[in-house]
Design a protein around this ligand. Structure first.
Ligand SMILES: *Cc1c(COP(=O)(O)O)cnc(C)c1O
Length: 367
């Protein structure tokens, strides 16, 4: 049996007619930039997440950079970021002349370690960016209390958590701003690059709307040095179709994760990722830890048996070349996790017999 890590074609086949209709509509109206489908999608997505405003931008990396920019933070102030995220989270800070400070993770949940986070706060800390990695979350009540106590801004990186909740409230509604990616493989993905920023602050929204449109709200009237980063109308119309299915797709991901949990829980050398209390995750990724240096061999064994897996992420940010000034820092749990984690295939269309096959192969590796 061959099982791809992600099979976007199956999803496309299930919604092909609706997608073709929407694409043709944009092609016929030639409404490509800031078109009506973009405005409609922004409104629906804000409503879905539960914020007053949503701005569609070019991609998730831009979303982070623009959201940070809107806060106008003191130059060279510190931004606390967990070490085990996709590098875009930190680039957003670096491109805004802010200094990332990397924080360790909880070894069981693989989410940011709130004790380590609090210990790294100084008078120079201006911002925390929390990443709802894998579609899960840390204890957001505790995090909000920390932000309030020290008067620090909060941005949520929701690139992997569309539709996930904490205490029955959508992730993306807790911070000053929240950033989404619609990269094709995300839980809500376009057929190209796309991203969005959600917020309840009208002033931040107005700034970002103009900033991403070259400093202009009225054509050829430019008020300040802006940039160009807009969600294409054609992608917005595709996302609007997919948004209707997001809850159903997320529910299917949870069912697959539950099946994995059941079939893998008793295998020696395998540790399941703990979900924090009161979190309703959306399993953008299903990540296990493989103990005792067996991860790479297991990955190879799965590959030989036709099963694709990926490591998210193999290098903690403080060990990357891009952040070579940080290479000597030690963040034990992030470093250990990067050697043990393995992401197994998970997507709504994955069959339960495929999940069973994957677990059977994993079991046979350890026997
Ligand atoms: C995908 C992702 C991003 C970046 O999104 P792009 O749309 O690819 O630019 C940022 N942060 C995290 C955690 C991501 O997974």
């Amino acid at each position: 049996m061959n099982i791809k890590f992600l099979d976007l074609n199956k999803q496309y086949n299930s919604i092909q007619d609706e997608i073709s209709y929407e694409i043709n509509k944009t092609l016929t109206t030639c409404d490509f930039i800031n078109g009506s489908s973009k405005i409609q999608f922004e409104t629906s997505f804000a409503k879905y997440i539960g914020t007053k405003y949503c701005l569609g931008v070019g991609n998730g990396t831009d979303a982070l950079e623009i959201a940070i920019k809107s806060l106008n933070l003191p130059k060279n102030s510190n931004v606390l970021i967990q070490a085990n995220t996709f590098i875009a989270t930190a680039f957003g800070a670096s491109h805004n002349n802010l200094k990332p400070i990397f924080v360790d993770i909880d070894p069981q949940t693989l989410m940011i370690d709130l004790n380590d986070l609090e210990s790294k706060i100084t008078s120079n800390t201006s911002l925390i960016i929390v990443v709802h990695l894998y579609g899960s979350s840390c204890n957001m009540n505790k995090l909000i209390n920390i932000c309030d106590k020290y008067n620090i801004k909060l941005i949520e990186d929701c690139a992997q958590s569309h539709g996930a909740k904490f205490n029955n409230k959508n992730l993306g509604t807790f911070g000053d701003l929240s950033c989404f990616s619609f990269y094709p493989g995300k839980n809500l993905g376009a057929y190209g690059d796309g991203g969005a920023i959600c917020t309840n602050y009208e002033n931040l929204f107005n700034f970002m709307k103009s900033y991403t449109n070259l400093g202009s709200l009225v054509k050829y009237h430019h008020d300040f040095y802006g940039r160009n980063s807009r969600l294409d109308t054609i992608h917005a119309s595709i996302l609007a179709v997919k948004l209707k299915y997001l809850n159903l797709w997320n529910e299917k991901r949870r069912q697959i994760a539950q099946k994995y949990d059941e079939l893998l829980k008793d295998i020696n050398h395998i540790e399941l990722t703990k979900i924090e209390n009161n979190v309703c995750p959306v399993y953008h990724l299903y990540v296990i830890k493989v103990k005792n240096n067996k991860r790479n061999n297991l990955q190879q064994f799965l590959k030989t048996n036709g099963i694709d897996t990926i490591i998210h992420y193999p290098i903690p940010l403080h060990k990357t070349k891009a952040y070579e000034d940080y290479n000597d820092i030690i963040l034990t749990h992030s470093e250990n996790a990067s050697n043990e984690i393995l992401s197994l295939p998970i997507y709504p269309e994955l069959h339960s017999n495929e999940v069973e096959y994957i677990c059977k192969i994993i079991k046979s590796f350890f026997e």
